[in-house]
Design a binder for this molecule. Structure first.
Ligand code: ADP
Ligand code: MG
Length: 385
C-alpha cells in the first residue's frame, strides 16, 4: 500500500502547533528554473530559519547609482527552494486533514503570481512528484483503512465515504470541471448555507480513483473554455474532498484552491476590455478573500462573503469550526521582485491580523533596510559601481 505521510518526530511539535491554529500563512520560494539561470536572472530571495524571508530589491537613485533595499517578512512557515511538496504538505495540509476527520471544514489556498509554483504545489509536476492533492488523498484513505481495522461500537458517524468535486471560477462564473465545464449557479438555502446547484460530486473508493478524477478535471481546466480568452492564470480552481456518512450527511470537507495569478489583479488598466474585466474581478475576489480570512480570525459577526463569487462559495470555510492555510508562492528572480513583494505584502496583511503567536514579536512583520545605509549621491563616488 501507499505510505501515509506523517510528520517525523522531530517536527511533531511544530505540527502540533499547526493543529491548534485557525489560520496559517506560509511562503514557498521556488528555485530558479534552468531557463532563468541561462538568461542570467539573479536570485534575490533569501529564506532563513524556516520562518523569515528577505528580498533584495535593486533600486536606482536619481543620479543612476544603484542601491539595494532589503525587505524582511516573518510567517508561520517559510519553505526554501530545497523543500519538497512532502515538506510543504506536512506543515500545511496535513493538520487540516486531521481537522476534517474531527468534523471540521478546512481550506488550503495557493496564492501568487503566475509561474510562482501554485499548481506545482497543488497538483504536482508529474505522477512521481505528487502535490498536496495526492498527498492528502493518501492520508485520507490511509485513515479510513485504519478505522476499518478497528470496527466495533464507536461514537463516530460510522463508515465514511469520500466524494470529490472540482470546479473553476472565471469572471465570477462557476464551471464544473467534472462535467464538461457545465455552467453552475450558487444559491443560499433556507439555512443560509451556500449550495452550488448541480455541482457534480463523484464518489471515489481509492487513492488511484481520486487521482484519476483530479487529472480529468485538471485536463479540463488547462483546455480552457472554447471561444473564451481563458487560461488557468485567470481563473480560480477549487477541488473539494468531502467526507460523508452513509446518510450522506457531510462530516468534514477540505477545499484546495489554486487561485488565479495575483498579477492579474493589476490588469485593471489593460487596454483590452476583457482583460480589464478579468483583472477587476480577480482583484475584487483576492481583496474579499483577505477580509474573510481576517473575519475568521477575529470572529467578527459580519463576514463579507458576498463581495465575490470565490468567497461566497467558500462561505462555510469562514465560519464555525473552520481552519485555513495560505501558501504564498514566490519566484526568486530579480525580474519578479515587484510581484514577489506584492505577494509577501498580501500574505503579511492576512497574517498581521493574527492575535498572539509567532508573528507578534516580529517587529511589525516587515522590516525595510536600505543598503548602503544612506542613499548614494553624486559626490559619493565610492558607492557607485
Ligand atoms: P503557477 O501555477 O503559479 O502559475 P507553476 O506551478 O505552473 O506556477 O510553476 C511554473 C513552473 O515552475 C513549472 O514548470 C513548475 O514545474 C516549476 N516549479 C514551480 N515550483 C517549483 C518547485 N518548488 N520546484 C521545482 N519546480 C517548480
Ligand atoms: Mg497554475
Amino acid at each position: 500500500g501507499l505510505p501515509m505521510s506523517s510528520p517525523a518526530s522531530s517536527t511533531r511539535s511544530s505540527a502540533g502547533r499547526a493543529a491548534a491554529e485557525r489560520i496559517r500563512v506560509c511562503v514557498r520560494k521556488r528555485p530558479l528554473s534552468r531557463a532563468e539561470e541561462k538568461r542570467g536572472e539573479a536570485d534575490v530571495v533569501a529564506v532563513r530559519n524556516g520562518e523569515s524571508v528577505r528580498v533584495h530589491e535593486q533600486k536606482e537613485a536619481v543620479d543612476l547609482t544603484q542601491y539595494v533595499l532589503q525587505h524582511e517578512f516573518y510567517f508561520d512557515e517559510v519553505f526554501s527552494e530545497a523543500c519538497t511538496n512532502e515538506d510543504v504538505y506536512e506543515k500545511t495540509a496535513y493538520p487540516l486533514i486531521q481537522h476534517i476527520f474531527n468534523g471540521g471544514k478546512a481550506t488550503c489556498f495557493a496564492y501568487g503570481q503566475t509561474g510562482a509554483g501554485k499548481t506545482h504545489t497543488m497538483l504536482g509536476s508529474s505522477p512521481r512528484r505528487p502535490g498536496l492533492y495526492a498527498l492528502a488523498a493518501r492520508d485520507i484513505f490511509a485513515r479510513l483503512a485504519q478505522a476499518e481495522q478497528r470496527p466495533g461500537p464507536s461514537p463516530g458517524p460510522g463508515p465514511l465515504s469520500v466524494r470529490v468535486s472540482f470546479f473553476e471560477i472565471y469572471c465570477g462564473q462557476l464551471y464544473d470541471l467534472l462535467d464538461h465545464r457545465k455552467r453552475l449557479f450558487a444559491r443560499e438555502d433556507g439555512q443560509r448555507m451556500v449550495q452550488i446547484a448541480g455541482l457534480r460530486e463523484v464518489g471515489v473508493e481509492s487513492v488511484a480513483s481520486l487521482l484519476e478524477v483530479i487529472s480529468r478535471g485538471s485536463r479540463e481546466r488547462s483546455r480552457g473554455a472554447s471561444g473564451v480568452n481563458c487560461d488557468s492564470s485567470r481563473s480560480h480552481a477549487l477541488l473539494q474532498i468531502h467526507l460523508r456518512a452513509c446518510t450522506h450527511r457531510l462530516v468534514g470537507r477540505i477545499s484546495f484552491v489554486d487561485l488565479a495569478g495575483s498579477e492579474r489583479a493589476c490588469d485593471t488598466r489593460d487596454p483590452d476590455r476583457q482583460s480589464r474585466m478579468e483583472g477587476a474581478e480577480i482583484n475584487q475576489s483576492l481583496l474579499a478573500l483577505k477580509e474573510c480570512i481576517r473575519a475568521l480570525d477575529q470572529e467578527l459577526s459580519h463576514t463579507p462573503f458576498r463581495q465575490s463569487k470565490l468567497t461566497q462559495v467558500l462561505k462555510d470555510s469562514f465560519i464555525g469550526n473552520s481552519k485555513t492555510c495560505m501558501i504564498a508562492n514566490i519566484s526568486p528572480s530579480h525580474l519578479a521582485t515587484e510581484h514577489t513583494l506584492n505577494t509577501l505584502r498580501y500574505a503579511d496583511r492576512v497574517k498581521e491580523l493574527k492575535k498572539g503567536g509567532k508573528s507578534s514579536h516580529s517587529h511589525g512583520g516587515r522590516g525595510v533596510k536600505r543598503w548602503p545605509p544612506h542613499p548614494p549621491n553624486a559626490t559619493n563616488t565610492s558607492a557607485g559601481g
